[in-house]
Design a protein around this ligand. Structure first.
Ligand SMILES: Cc1cc2nc3c(=O)[nH]c(=O)nc-3n(C[C@H](O)[C@H](O)[C@H](O)COP(=O)(O)OP(=O)(O)OC[C@H]3O[C@@H](n4cnc5c(N)ncnc54)[C@H](O)[C@@H]3O)c2cc1C
Length: 229
């Protein structure tokens, strides 16, 4: 019998099946709960200003009875949900690079074409320095993600290393998106260009799959040996 609620669940309003992690007498267990099960309901989160293409909702479980076969057989303890998160966070460390690349390539095109007082923006040192700085930050993010992938291939990837990658790459991508948005001037605030859309979506990506602070605390624990949370 499952009881509880959880906000911020991607696809909750449209999913036919939910994976629910619940505290059971023998530790945390995973359960598959089908839409339509008595006591199980979902509600859409309205007025999102970020990740608007993705449906988000809250799940409510009120005395929901599921059969024994709905329990994930070998997932007992916090390791189950945490290992899912490590995989998802690793994917995010790559995904945000794509968003940053899209913004940067648009900013390169825009500053190469936008002419002010007889010269295009790329002819100014300040603009070139800003573009170069974004390339530095993007390349660092790419190398970090590549290294995580190589560790993963060797089965040596640790959750704290993924925390570092998720945190660094989301922050880098968000800063690049903001910088590109600004380089486009007024045009940067319209949906004719990609920067503001990526920028707003990246605000969610910085928050979900562990906020920046939580990844910082995880790294803090790894280097000090002290859990501050
Ligand atoms: C669009 C979207 C989709 C999502 N999809 C899913 C999903 O499919 N499944 C799922 O399970 N979750 C999902 N999430 C939830 C997401 O993972 C959480 O929103 C996120 O982990 C932050 O939790 P919270 O919103 O409860 O913030 P809180 O935990 O309330 O945090 C608020 C602030 O306090 C800070 N904080 C919290 N604890 C500490 C501490 N000990 N010390 C210092 N600072 C602290 C946080 O860093 C943050 O800045 C989604 C979220 C969004 C926005």
């Amino acid at each position: 019998v499952l009881n509880g609620s959880k906000m911020w669940i991607t696809n909750a309003p449209i999913a036919d099946l939910a994976v629910v992690w619940a505290q059971a007498p023998d530790g945390i267990r995973g359960f598959l709960v089908e839409r339509g099960t008595r006591g199980f309901s979902a509600q859409e989160v309205a007025h999102k200003f970020s990740l608007r293409a993705s449906s988000t909702g809250a799940l409510f479980l009120d005395e929901v009875r599921v059969p024994q076969r709905a329990a994930l057989p070998r997932a007992v303890g916090i390791k189950g949900p945490l290992s899912c998160l490590t995989q998802a966070r690793y994917g995010i460390a790559w995904g945000v690079i794509g968003a940053a690349q899209a913004c940067l390539s648009e900013a390169l095109m825009y500053t190469g074409e936008r002419s002010l007082f007889g010269r295009t923006l790329v002819h100014t040192q300040a603009v070139q320095i800003r573009l170069a700085d974004m390339v530095r930050s993007l390349s660092t993010a790419q190398l970090l993600a590549l290294q995580l992938g190589q560790l993963k291939d060797r089965d040596q990837l640790r959750p704290t290393q993924v925390s570092l990658g998720k945190w660094n790459n989301c922050r880098a991508a968000l800063q690049i998106a903001r910088e590109c948005r600004d380089l486009l001037g007024g045009a940067g605030i319209t949906l004719e260009h990609v920067a503001i859309r990526h920028m707003l979506n990246l605000e969610t990506v910085v928050t979900y799959e562990g906020t920046e602070t939580i990844h910082q605390l995880s790294l803090g624990r790894a280097v000090t040996g002290v859990a501050a949370f």
